[in-house]
Design a protein. Structure first.
Lengths: 292, 280, 330
């Protein structure tokens, strides 16, 4: 069998167990070699694209020395910016978790004219440049907006901008799971007399929870780093509406790129923590389904 | 693949009429406020002064070049991330190795990194005083402030989507079909193309859609590493900002509209493709 | 089958894109101009005009515009540049320290500056609130738009104008700092950059905008309904210009540099709202001369000013911003 590393050979090798097993040593060696080759390739790609650049940021921050890093990160402006970013991102993630699930539910289980179009629109926040998001939100909910609602330059404005850019995450996480969900248990429960919301809470929600949490986590991570749309509508007032990424930008502008790197590392660690926690939640959610 | 039935019966056994309409109202009003209205605003603002200024803005050489650059960069970033995504998903779902969770988190990293930081990181590596900058400059290789760094930035921010979309699907379908194909004598290549890939089709499709949308819409990181050389390294997003700065709101909105239209076309065509294949 | 076609299409698209990008990247010999954002309209006329002259025939140009600090850092990070021009001197000094611009850049007869401007008070058309000077800005109920000095290099001009004006009015340094604090109490929005602040003002927010004269004129020329007041005391903004070390002391880059100081080029700058550095340029009389004009040198030079006023920790502005935060937090 060819040992050319391609996904197809991996696929094929993954089915080795189904055939009469070749000598045990040979089989394990074959699996291990192509697997590790695959892991190597993946790591190479990740390194070039993501890991090496991020390592450069961490290194640049580390050059400052721990005391200076602490001073930059704990300065009152930075703390306020971090607090605002964190608070806004948590709130946005929570809102997304609820409304995103409802939206996914409606898109999968309901049927109304124009559903295809609505479904297609969900991904637009990714495609629109963030400055456009900021501009249009400002046009709608700012001083000259048609609704008489003026959120501009407030914390609410920050959240509306963040809600826009994080909209797809929970919806697109929950949708595939919902599509695959078997409805027998729901029907059984309802036949036994359980009401709609109880059925949802006891039967459906547990299956959706990992997807919801995953989507909410991603929306948190995205929100905490979001820059372009928020900065336009938030007014960028230090201590009131200045978010952490803009603080990073300010540090770069002031010539303190190492300080900017330090704050960037802090933001990264926070997001990383959230993602790691999510990975554990997902594992725990999967434990019942299949072997690892 | 099991599909859910749509329609009132499928809303969830026991769901009341009021409940169904209530949910629909919540979802649609939220979408209207947060999504549809802003996007509609883009359309409205673009054509506010009539068709003529829009057409003028569209045929402007700067806009056309920005359009070409945006599409070219996406045309490189999306296939690369798709290839990586499918390969990586197969590896993670079907193989056993140490550090799988770590790999999973690393793949999600791009979601967590702010565009400002992405730009900074690429400058720190490829810039004049960066890790590779000196060597690159000596050998006349232009990475930073040229299209290669813009491609790198775009790949960075759109990296996780295909993996994330394909992994759950792969986990769902298992290996039975592949095993069956194998015992029937299919080569690994045939198994992949004829059995595996069609089975993960919906995951790949959604992954490609999201990757493309993200690649088109990236602004912050690309703006920093592009050097903003007019007519050379401006993508549509950078062009939008520049037009806005020059008081040319029609130009800014026209380019935004272009982006939205491209994204919509991609999404709609892939959705149509997908639903046709799943079976009417 | 469809998947195979799809994959093939993706692969072909990638290869085609790669091919066009690689082919297009082979730039001929062009002169690269890296500039801050506001003179874009001016250079749109200046470069074609230069190409009509003997020295400029056949010279191709690439231009890059962005915020002054960003552009300066980009050149520092490796953005190729032959001619550089910025909004304020520290952005040029950065390149001198990096060895990219010769330290004699400011030793021509104009001290290295190619255009000038002044800080003005931009108001709504017709000046409905009757703003005439700095004192009007601290009155209760007046909203002043001013960009954040930590993200906008240009915002620093505004603040030093306000500060210096107080000194010119006879106040002490302490009183001048108090004025700044009072001024910022009236600032509801601090945009990231000067241009964004202008857009915010045009969008309807605020009563007065602190900006430069050439920005206000640019807005007026773009049809926006704004007027501006030149206060009696204000700072002279001087914009530096230089040829980089890489471009060489002779050659087309230097030719452009020399051209920009000719009366013809300075007249084009004037038509876009900049004050000329050369004497006797047509149209220069449209600019009023503030009675008490001062420069950054009068305030100690950018080195001192940056440290005392704009250091992210412990400077005058940092303290003021923190003071705002404490008073507005619940």
């Amino acid at each position: 069998m060819a040992s050319v590393p391609s996904s197809s050979s991996l696929v094929a090798a993954g089915t080795v167990a189904a055939r009469p097993a070749p000598p045990k040593v040979l089989r394990r060696m074959k699996v291990r070699r192509s697997t590790w080759l695959g892991v190597g390739l993946v790591t190479l790609y990740l390194s070039v694209i993501v890991l090496i650049p991020l390592a450069a940021v961490i290194w640049h921050a580390a050059e400052l020395g721990p005391a200076a890093i602490w001073r930059v990160v704990s300065s009152p402006d930075t703390r306020a910016a971090l607090q605002l970013s964190l608070m806004a991102s948590v709130v946005v993630a929570a809102i997304n978790a609820v409304v995103g699930t409802i939206t996914a539910w409606v898109l999968v289980r309901d049927s109304f004219p124009g559903k295809t179009i609505v479904n297609a629109l969900i991904d637009l926040p990714f495609a629109l440049p963030t400055i456009v998001a900021g501009l249009t939100l400002l046009a709608l909910y700012g001083p000259n907006g048609p609704f008489g609602v003026n959120l501009a330059y407030t914390r609410a404005a920050v959240m509306v901008a963040l809600l826009f850019v994080t909209l797809p995450f929970v919806v697109r996480s929950v949708q595939p799971v919902l599509i695959e969900l078997e409805q027998d248990v729901e029907e059984a429960a309802s036949a036994l007399g359980a009401r709609g919301f109880t059925v949802f809470r006891r039967v459906v929600l547990p299956s959706l929870l990992p997807a919801i949490i995953s989507g909410a986590g991603l929306s948190f991570a995205r929100a905490i780093g979001e820059f372009g749309s928020v900065v336009l509508i938030s007014g960028n007032i230090p201590f009131k509406t200045q978010i952490a990424p803009v603080r990073i930008f300010a540090l770069v502008e002031s010539g303190d790129s190492a300080g900017a790197a330090a704050l960037a590392v802090v933001l990264l660690l926070i997001s990383l923590g959230v993602l790691l926690a999510l990975a554990f939640v997902q594992r725990w959610g999967r434990r019942g389904d299949e072997e690892e | 693949m099991r599909r859910s039935r749509s329609g009132p019966a499928a809303l969830g056994a026991g769901g009341s009429r009021a409940g169904k309409y209530g949910l629909r109202t919540i979802a649609l009003s939220y979408l209207a406020l947060i999504l549809v209205l802003p996007v509609g605003m883009v359309f409205y603002r673009t054509f506010e002064n009539g068709l003529q200024p829009v057409l003028q803005a569209l045929v402007d050489p700067l806009t056309l070049h920005a359009l070409y650059l945006t599409v070219a960069i996406a045309a490189i970033a999306v296939p690369l991330n798709t290839l990586f995504g499918v390969f990586c998903a197969l590896l993670m779902v079907r193989r056993r190795f140490l550090g799988k969770s770590i790999l999973s988190v690393l793949i999600d990293l791009p979601f967590a990194v702010s565009p400002v930081v992405v730009g900074l990181s690429l400058v720190l590596v490829y810039g004049r005083t960066g890790w590779l900058g000196g060597w690159l400059a000596e050998n006349g290789v232009r990475v930073i402030f040229a299209w290669p760094s813009m491609v790198l930035a775009t790949i960075f921010v759109s990296l996780p989507f295909v993996v994330r979309e394909v992994v759950p699907v792969l986990q769902e379908i298992g290996v039975d079909q592949d095993q069956a194909a194998h015992t029937l004598g299919a080569t690994p290549w045939q198994t992949f193309w004829r059995v595996t890939l069609p089975a993960i089709r919906s995951g790949v499709t959604y992954g490609v859609i999201l990757t493309t949308a993200r690649a088109l819409g990236e602004f912050g990181a690309v703006s920093v590493v592009s050097g903003k050389i007019a007519g050379r390294t401006s993508t549509l997003t950078v062009h939008v900002e520049e037009r806005f700065q020059q008081f040319d709101l029609v130009g800014a909105y026209t380019s935004s509209l272009l982006l939205a239209v491209i994204a919509l076309v991609i999404v709609l065509s892939m959705t149509v493709l997908r639903s046709k294949e799943v079976g009417a | 089958m469809r998947m195979r076609i799809g994959a093939l299409a993706l692969a072909l698209a990638a290869v085609a894109a790669l091919a066009t990008l690689v082919a297009g990247a082979g730039a001929g010999s062009t002169v690269v101009l890296v500039s801050y954002s506001t003179p874009r309209e001016a250079y749109a006329e200046l470069i074609p005009a230069f190409q009509q002259t003997d020295a400029g025939v056949g010279v191709a140009f690439s231009e890059s515009y962005g915020s002054s600090g960003e552009q300066s850092r980009a050149v520092d990070a490796g953005l190729p540049a032959d001619v550089v021009t910025f909004s304020l001197t520290p952005d040029m000094t950065r390149l001198v320290e990096a060895g990219l611009v010769d330290k004699t850049w400011d030793q021509n007869e104009f001290d290295g500056f190619v255009t000038k401007s002044v800080v003005v008070l931009v108001v709504r058309e017709g000046n409905p609130m009757g703003i005439i000077g700095w004192a009007d800005l601290t009155k209760p109920g007046v909203e002043v738009i001013e960009p954040n000095p930590f993200t906008s290099g240009g915002a620093k001009w505004n603040i030093m104008a306000a500060y210096g004006a107080q000194l010119k009015q006879g106040k002490t340094e302490e009183q001048a700092r108090t004025y700044l604090a009072d001024l910022f109490k009236n600032v509801p929005v601090q945009d990231k950059s000067a241009r964004e602040a202008l857009q915010t003002f045009i969008g309807g927010k605020g009563d007065v905008l602190l900006s430069y004269e050439n920005e206000a004129i640019a807005a007026q020329q773009a049809g926006e309904a704004v007027d501006y007041v030149v206060p009696a005391e204000t700072i002279l903004i001087e914009n530096p210009l230089a040829v980089t070390v890489d471009a060489g002391a002779s050659g087309p880059a230097k030719a452009l540099y020399d051209y920009l100081y000719t009366p013809e080029a300075q007249a084009i700058f004037v038509s876009k709202g900049y004050r000329p550095v050369v004497e006797g340029v047509t149209g220069a009389d449209q600019f009023s001369t503030p009675t008490k004009l001062f420069t950054i040198a009068d305030l100690g030079g950018w080195g001192t000013v940056n440290k005392d006023f704009f250091d992210p920790s412990g400077s005058v502005m940092a303290t003021i911003e923190q003071g705002l935060g404490i008073s507005t937090q619940q």
